[in-house]
Structures are given as C-alpha cells and as structure tokens.
Design a protein around this ligand. Structure first.
Ligand SMILES: [Zn+2]
Length: 483
C-alpha cells in the first residue's frame, strides 16, 4: 500500500532508527467485528490501541478491539501482483508423462540450465511426433521453473511460452503462463491464458483462482467475485476465501456508491458526495494524467480505479483514521468528506497517487519504494529545499540510509524515520531528473519492468552504483540549496 504523507516535519534523529531497522514481524489486531488488521509495534495507550504504518502512527479506540495477536506474517503490499506472488498453485490434474523427472534432471543440473540438451530435444520435435513435442515442452518448462526459482520472471516467461508452442493445450503450462503474467501485473495477458486453460480444464479450481486475481487487477470486482466463488466451490481454499471476503466487503461498501467514468479512470463515490465533485475529480485526474503521461513518455494500458470515500468509509476499508492521506493499493482511495470542489491540496494528493499508478504499471509492479515515493513526491511538485541542509549534514556524517535499505516496504518504519525516507528518496529522484534528465529515469523504470534489480538498473543507465548516486545527490543538494 502506498500513501501520501505529510513530510514537512523533519528530524535528524530518525536516521539512527532507520539504520537499525531490521526485519520486523507484523502483529495482528483482531477487532470485535472479526476484522483483522496487520500492524507493527502495537501498543496500548489509555483507551486507544496505537500501531505503525508507513503513513505514521495510527490509533483505534480500544473498545472496538477484541485482542492483539503478536508476531504474525510480515506484511505484504495489497497489489494483485504482490498477492499473486503468494499464490499457491496445486499441481494440475493432467500431468506430463512418466519420464518427466528424467527430463527435468537433464534439463537443469549442477545449478544451471543445460541449453544444449534442450536444443537437442527441440530439434527432435521435427521428426519425433507427439512424444518428442511433449519432451521438449517438459524440458523448457523445467528451465522456466528453475528461472522462476531464481526470481527471473522475464526468462521464466520466455521458456514457458516456448514450452507452450510444443504443448499448446497443456493446462499446467497455460496456468503457469497466466500466473507469470499476473506477477508482472499484465492482467489482460494473464486472462488470455486463463481463458485457454478454462477450455481444457473447466473444473480446475486453480484456473478460477487465477482468474479472480486477474479481474481484481483490472478493477472488475463483480467478475473477480464470481471467479473466486467458483474456485472455492470446486475446492475450499483459505487464501481464496480471504480474498473473496475482502472483495465482498469492498463491494458492500461501494454498493451504494455512484459510478462515473472518463477516458482513463473508473471512479466510484459515496452517494453522500456531490456529483459535481466527482466530475471535477475526474477532470483534474485527466489533466494530471496527460502531464504525467508526457513526462514519463508512457500510457498505462489498464484503466485506473479511483474510490472517493466519506471519512468513515475510508477508515473502514483502508483501516486508517481520517487524518491519513490517500492510499494507492492498486486503486486510488481518497477521503473527500466535506469537500465540494477540488482544492489545491486534493489536487496534489490525486497527482501523487496517480504517479504511483503510472510507476506501478510502467514497471509491472517492480519499482522499489524509494523510487515510487521519490517520484510521486516529485510529480506532485515537492522539491528538496526545506530538507536539503539536514540531508547533506546526515550524509556528511556518514549516516545516510543506503538506498538498498529503502527498496522494500516502509510499513515497519517509525513515523520520523519514514519522513526521512521520503525526503531522502525525493532528493535522489530530484537529482536524477534535474541533473541527468527524465529520460534517464524513464530508462531505469524500463529496466525494472524487464526484471533488473534496482541497483543494476541505476548502474546501467547512470553508470553509478548506489554509493555514487547518493554522493552525487548530496553534491547536488549542496550546490543547489547551499547557503
Ligand atoms: Zn506515496
């Protein structure tokens, strides 16, 4: 979940906390209504329960909390691609032939793929008929699984596609391809292969599980609900049930909402909000869209979902009290209670969240948090001026957080540390854009989309490693904001 947060307050002390922040396990706050909230550092404070998120500390009245479960799973972002990474796929009911394990062992051995062996099997398909084709498919698939285990989605995808050319109706291959596209946030492509898998395996629960996630990614919640209902009817599954329940809750909240649409957005808003406000939000979003589209030289292929909430609805669904800004968990969610028009603050928030959607789609969900938040702040118009001298001082003292530490979730950061993380990320992005140019940033995003690590992408484009980039950023701040 990405947020807009007020970073105007800034504390140097935050750095120490950041450097010592290791892997943190999340707690679970269980409400009396049965709802569970993943949170960090849950503490009782009088009649409130306080907990941490990337947007700072939040609080709930103790009266609505049933109990707190300590040390659950580390929190994941809520995006469909992130959820797909956690999907557990059952083996298909139509297995490959018995010689599979032999082929697997020959295709991948000694920690590497044997491309000569695979090429030989592929050569044999010219004369070997169906058994040869199946063997080649199996070998390519073994290579794909090896690549996936190494985190190389792009190559895993390429090998699975090759496998499919030899076994075009293999449900396991079709579903794996759908799954890999889902992990890249390419939801339309994913659905294509789900459709093909459905034709050959219409009663496989996994097909509908994948279909539900793909529809969620496309903001087609009715269809996602239908898919997941079918999946759990075919085979009970706690993960799918949880996703289904969450989506039904979302839908129930939005049932009374009105809908509006523009070229690039699907907007829902509470019946209590003014239709004129909804129209103005769309107009402002479209204007921001055109500008960000021109700046990043990119048009997101998928429509962007936006939900305008009353304050209560926002707190209920996002589990954040009213003072927190908007969030973007795949859809832009903004509280607008009391507003009759789009003021400059709301416009800024919309632009920030929209930038997240662009980066999410452009990098296929592979942008690290420092690039996401740095670029979103840059796009909303923030610059480093007020924080420059403190950031330079922190850097000179050797206390600057390595960018590698800011790649993952900021959920576990203390509020002050998060402010530092936001400011330092903005400074690095500002340096790249102002000193190197937006085209370079664009090229970094493209490399992330094709599965490159962030530091490698930075090195390829800027010829700097993280250490060089941080030093150049500190120099940039000194030169441009120095007294
Ligand atoms: Zn943000």
């Amino acid at each position: 979940m990405r947020c807009s947060v007020n970073v105007s307050k800034f504390l140097v002390l935050a750095v120490c906390v950041l450097l010592s922040a290791g892997a943190v396990r999340a707690d679970k706050i269980v409400l009396k209504n049965g709802r569970k909230i993943l949170a960090y550092n849950v503490v009782e404070d009088g009649n409130m329960i306080r907990y941490e998120t990337s947007a700072g500390q939040l609080a709930l009245p103790k009266s609505i909390v049933d109990h707190v479960e300590r040390g659950g799973l580390p929190a994941m972002t809520d995006s469909p691609a992130a959820a797909a990474a956690n999907l557990k796929l059952e083996p298909s009911e139509v297995p490959f032939t018995a010689s599979d394990s032999e082929i697997d062992k020959k295709a991948v051995h000694d920690g590497a793929i044997d491309r000569n062996y695979i090429a030989r099997l592929e050569g044999e398909t010219r004369t070997g008929g169906a058994p040869a084709a199946e063997a080649a498919a199996r070998a390519c698939f073994a290579a794909a699984q090896f690549e996936l285990s190494k985190g190389d989605l792009e190559r895993a995808l390429a090998d699975t596609r090759t496998a499919l050319t030899y076994a075009p109706k293999q449900p396991e291959l079709l579903m794996n391809l759908a799954y890999l596209y889902l992990r890249q946030s390419k939801f339309k492509e994913s659905l294509e292969y789900v459709e093909r898998a459905k034709k050959v395996s219409p009663d496989d629960a996994d097909v509908y599980k994948l279909e539900g996630w793909a529809y969620t990614g496309l903001n087609r919640l009715d269809q996602a609900v239908a898919s997941w209902k079918k999946a759990v009817a075919l085979r009970p599954d706690a993960d799918v049930q949880a996703a289904l329940d969450r989506t039904l809750r979302d839908k129930a909240e939005e049932e009374s909402y009105r809908e509006n649409e523009s070229a690039h957005f699907q907007l829902k808003y509470s019946g209590g909000a003014e239709p004129a406000l909804a129209r103005e939000v769309l107009r402002v979003l479209e204007a921001h869209y055109r500008e960000i589209e021109a700046q990043l030289n990119y048009s997101p292929p998928d429509p962007i979902g936006v939900v305008l909430y009353t304050q209560e609805g926002f707190a209920d669904i996002t589990r954040a009290p009213g003072w927190v800004g908007a969030v973007n968990d795949g859809r832009i969610r903004v509280p607008v209670q009391g507003l009759t028009g789009v003021d400059s603050e709301l416009s800024r928030v919309l632009r920030h969240e929209l930038a997240h959607s662009f980066v999410q789609q452009k990098t296929r969900g592979h942008a690290p948090t420092w690039i996401q938040e740095g670029l979103a702040q840059w796009m909303e118009g923030k610059r480093s001026d007020e924080n420059a001298s403190v950031l330079v001082q922190v850097y000179d003292e050797g206390q600057a957080a390595p960018l590698g530490r800011l790649e993952g979730s900021w959920m576990h950061l203390h509020e002050d540390t998060a402010r530092y993380a936001y400011a330092w990320s903005l400074a690095n992005i500002e340096y790249i854009v102002e000193a190197q140019g937006m085209t370079d940033l664009e090229r970094i995003l493209d490399r992330l989309a094709s599965g490159s690590s962030t530091e490698q992408a930075v090195r390829d484009v800027l010829h700097d490693d993280y250490g060089d980039l941080m030093q150049a950023t500190a120099e940039y701040l000194r030169k441009n904001y120095g007294r």
